[in-house]
Structure formats: C-alpha cells, structure tokens
Design a protein around this ligand. Structure first.
Ligand code: PA5
Length: 445
C-alpha cells in the first residue's frame, strides 16, 4: 500500500514545527472523519471503496458486454474536470505506452472529448469515429457544463445519423445527477441507460463512482481490483495516528507552505504512464485548496525528460517549490542493457543492469541534488503500476486532500472561482438571460 517518506524535508523543518503541524493535521483528520467541517455534505467519497454495491459493478459490466456484442471498438467519453481526469489518469497508467501504434487490443479504445472547445479536436475525433464502431459515455454531474454539452450534441447527432435513434440509445450511456440538470432530462426523454453521480460526491472526488469506473471498465481494466486497492487504503487511512501517511503528507506540505515559504508543489514521476495521475492530482489539490487567497499551486514534471528542461530551474531558480515524487518500486517489464565488445559508447559499465536500475539512480541522484539545492522532497511509494496500487494511490491523495485543506483552513469541497469565466463566456456567446452582461463585457474587448 502507500508508503510516505518525508526525510527529504528534515533539513527544512525543525522538529518542534513538525510536531506542531502533525497536531494541526490530526485536528483536521478529526474534522474530516466526524463530518463537522465546511462542505460536509460532500463526504460520500470517503466510504465509496468499501461500500460500492456489487449490483453497480454488474451494471457497469453489463454495459461493456452489450457494447462488445455490437462490436464497439471506440468509446468516446465526454466530460471535463472531475468528469474526465480520473478515468483518463487510470486508463493512461494501465495502458501499453504504445497502445495506439500496437493496433487493436481486446478492449475498445477509450478516447476523451468535451474537455476543450477546439473545433479541430472534434473534427479529428469525428475522422477517427468514421473508421471505428462507436459508443459514447456522456458525463456531467451538473448536466449543464458547456464543453461536454457541445461535444455531446455533436456526437449524439453523429451516432443517431449513423446507427439510427433506437440503436443510439444502446450506444449512448449518460452519467449525471439522479434528478437534476439538462442531461438528466435529455437522457430520460431519449431512453438512455444512466448511472448516477451521488449527490454527496463532488466531481474531483468521483473517480471511484461510475464517472471513473465505467470508462475504466470499458477500456478493459479490472475495476474490482481498483476498488479493492482503494478499500485497503481506506481502512488504513481512517485510523487516527501521527504516522498515518495522509496526516503526515497534509502536515508536511502545510508546514512547508506556512513556515518555509513554499507556494508551489511539483509532482514528479519517473514513468511516462503516470503523467496523467499528476493532471488528476493538480485538479484535486488546485480546486480543493486554491481559494480565499490561500493554497499551494500544484505543478508537475515528467522525469527524466523534464530534468533536461525544468531541471535547471528546480535546481537553482527561485526557491518557491517543494517536490512530491511518485516512487514506483518495481517495473512491470524487463529490459537489460547488453555488453558491447567495442564499447564505443562507453556504456559497458552498465552491461547486465536493468534500465529501471538507471531510472532509480537518476531518481536518487536528483533527490540528493535537489535537497542540496534547497528543494524539500516528499516521496510517495507504490509497489507497481496496477489496478490495486492505483486504487490505493487515488484514495490516498483524496483522503490526504481533505485533511490538508482542513489543515489549511479552507472548504475542500467547493469551487466558487470556476464560475467567473463561465459567466463571461456565456455573456460573449449571447446566452439568453445574459443580455446585460453581454453589453457590459463587449465594452471591455
Ligand atoms: O471538481 C469539480 O467539481 C469540477 O471540476 C467538475 O468536475 C467539472 O467542472 C465538470 O462538472 P460537471 O460534471 O458538472 O460537468
């Protein structure tokens, strides 16, 4: 399960301060566990791993089986923010790095739409759809978000024209609120199969609801193992203790922010498959903590590639950041470096070594260099990249996020700032009801 090592922060934090912040984080743990804090109507995610009913998993598997019967080989998952990042990060982490180039696998490809408003993106996705047998999952908790609504209108029409209205209702599945929102109304009217985003689970905490589980299952991955890994972590993290990894993570990052001037946290990975875990984590922490003029800005790098781009800044630039490194203990595949009798590249000193050994030495060497350069290091370890470990990792970051935001003194579960751009966009698009704002905003262009 998840292990945390904060020894790389020791040079930057006195022992008494560590104790003070562990105390604060333990207080925040109590608030989270007792449900006595702000946003406490959004705590449903805490028990999801252990309380997901078998009937829900069977319904998800049923959808995948019905698509298999139709020969579906492309699933378009439409959603934005918390309605796409969780599924995307798990699918990327579990997929072959070259899945696209390797060609058709046993399960459909799952691709994403509705997370941008690029016309080129949608047009090119339609090019792909034209070559494949298509199904669609449309995901929006509110049922009113513009980006997915636009993409869904395009693909709804496409699927209805290509397969007919009746078959469209088997190829399209909606995941939304139980009763509210335009998507719910539309789904009921069109007779789509629907799954519910529980009322008490916010978007960025929804990866273990059908929002994440259906696309992940559609891509052929084991959602039972994902939930089991998360459930084990749930059990471990819900025990109050000063060594609880979520408490330690929350305490140390708040200490580095509050006492050591660190306003940026960089998530670092040494495995390209994990780059979207960082994207998911950025939304989770950015939206949960970045409010009321507070918060740590979440950023990410993919090493060793970014050691050759961002490495210089991290080593010697302004001292604003600390790093949280995702340490994967075991590679899943094996490549051993061979001996070369001519040794023209002078690499024979590596002969017989696994490439992952070099990766590990790069990670350890970077850790020491960055500590020497004044960058505190947190390490979060998983054994390997598989469904169980990913389930545990996702739950760890969710739980720690709740503890950390309460330690910081903000409501982890709202996102009032997301509305500002929407109002301006609606005014500019001349949405009915925004006439006055349209007139005002035009003067500012
Ligand atoms: O975390 C959140 O709540 C947001 O990022 C939402 O997931 C995002 O805005 C999409 O919202 P919806 O699912 O209502 O379309």
């Amino acid at each position: 399960m998840i292990k945390i090592d904060v020894s790389g922060c020791a040079p930057f934090a006195a022992q008494d301060l560590c104790e003070k912040y562990i105390g604060k984080a333990l207080g925040a743990f109590d608030v989270l566990m007792s449900g006595s804090g702000a946003g406490n109507d959004f705590l449903g995610w805490k028990q999801l791993p252990s309380e997901t009913p078998e009937s829900l998993i069977k319904d998800i598997e049923g959808v995948c089986a019905s698509w298999k019967k139709l020969g579906v080989d492309l699933v378009i998952a439409i959603g934005i923010g918390g309605s796409y990042l969780g599924a995307k990060c798990v699918i990327e982490a579990l997929s072959h790095n070259f899945a696209r180039e390797m060609g058709a696998g046993d399960a459909p490809s799952v691709v994403f739409a509705g997370n941008n408003l690029s016309e080129d993106y949608l047009a090119e996705l339609m090019d792909l759809a034209g070559k494949r047998n298509v199904a669609c999952i449309v995901i929006s908790k509110s049922g009113t978000t513009t980006e997915p609504a636009v993409a869904f209108r395009v693909f709804k029409q496409y699927i209805e024209e290509r397969y007919g209205k009746q078959e469209a209702s088997v190829r399209i599945v909606a995941i939304t609120d139980a009763v509210r929102g335009a998507l719910k109304t539309l789904s009921t009217q069109e007779g789509y199969r629907t799954f519910v985003v529980p009322d008490d689970v916010g978007g960025r905490f929804s990866v273990l609801t059908p929002v994440g589980l259906l696309p992940i299952a559609a891509a052929g991955f084991d959602i039972r193992a994902l939930l089991e890994g998360a459930a084990e972590e749930q059990k471990a993290l819900q025990q109050k203790s000063a060594s609880n990894p979520a408490v330690v993570y929350a305490a140390v990052r708040n200490l580095l922010h509050g006492e050591n001037g660190r306003s940026i946290e960089i998530m670092v990975n040494y495995n390209p498959k994990l780059s979207f875990v960082a994207e998911w984590w950025k939304q989770l922490y950015g939206e949960s903590e970045g409010k009321d003029g507070k918060g740590i800005f979440p950023a990410s790098v993919n090493n060793t590639a970014d050691l050759h781009s961002m490495g210089q800044f991290i080593q010697e630039g302004s001292r604003l950041m600390f790093e949280t490194v995702i340490n994967v203990e075991k590679a899943s595949r094996s490549v051993v470096i061979g001996e070369d009798p001519q040794n023209l590249d002078q690499l024979n000193f590596l002969a017989g070594k696994h490439v992952e050994h070099c990766n590990r030495m790069a990670m350890l060497g970077t850790r020491i260099a960055h500590i020497d350069g004044g960058v505190p290091q947190i390490s979060v370890s998983i054994e390997k990249i598989d469904e169980r470990n990913l389930g545990a990792l996702l739950y760890f970051f969710e739980f720690a996020c709740g503890v950390s935001a309460y330690t910081l003194g903000v409501n982890p579960f709202n996102q009032p700032g997301v509305e500002a751009y929407k109002k301006n966009m609606f005014a500019l698009l001349e949405k009915p009801g925004y006439e006055q704002q349209t007139e005002q905003i035009r003067k500012r262009l």
